[in-house]
Ligand binder design. Structure first.
Ligand code: ZN
Length: 170
């Protein structure tokens, strides 16, 4: 009985996922750099995630740090675009930083990928095209959107709310 229930939940998930619209990258805000320039700018881990669509280890150091971060915003480690905020962060238990909604949707692009025989929805930075992670919908999380933006913490830069206020006051 259990396997039947699990199966139909999986089907529902797929149908729900197909309703997520694609969001093309923002052409006005394009940050274009060569691979050599990115390599200079990013740490090897950031480069692997953002430029080579790598995935960081689940429950790694970055995730532990993420769990203890207070109020603030999350920016692209490549170009600094505002992507997510602590207001939309939630504990999904998946081992990667999770958000239910982007802080500024303009800076997050969504691309559907069928290349491995299953639908995967990739989340990238709309400004520099950096790979961030994937988005899933309809998993039953009690959040306003029931979407899970599953993001590599290594591709993000956290700015605590206190520092933001300081910067604004200057
Ligand atoms: Zn970016």
């Amino acid at each position: 009985m259990f396997s039947l229930a699990a199966c139909s939940a999986e089907d529902e998930k797929k149908t729900a996922m197909e309703t997520i619209p694609e969001i093309p990258a923002d052409p006005a805000g394009k940050v274009v750099k060569t691979d050599a320039e990115w390599k200079k700018l990013l740490t090897p881990e950031q480069y692997r995630i953002l430029r080579e669509a790598g995935t960081e280890r689940a429950n790694g150091e970055v995730y532990k740090e993420f769990k203890h971060q207070g109020k603030g915003t999350y920016h692209c480690a490549g170009c600094g675009a505002l992507l997510f905020s602590s207001n939309e962060k939630f504990d999904s238990g998946c081992g990667w930083p999770s958000f239910y909604d982007p802080a500024k949707a303009d800076h997050v692009a969504i691309k559907k990928d069928f290349s491995f025989g299953a639908l995967r929805i990739e989340v990238t930075c709309a400004k520099c095209g950096g790979h961030l992670g994937h988005v899933f919908e309809g998993e039953g999380f009690k959040t306003p959107t029931d979407k899970r933006y599953c993001i590599n913490g290594g591709g993000l830069k956290f700015v605590p709310a206190k520092e933001e206020q300081k910067a604004a006051a200057k």
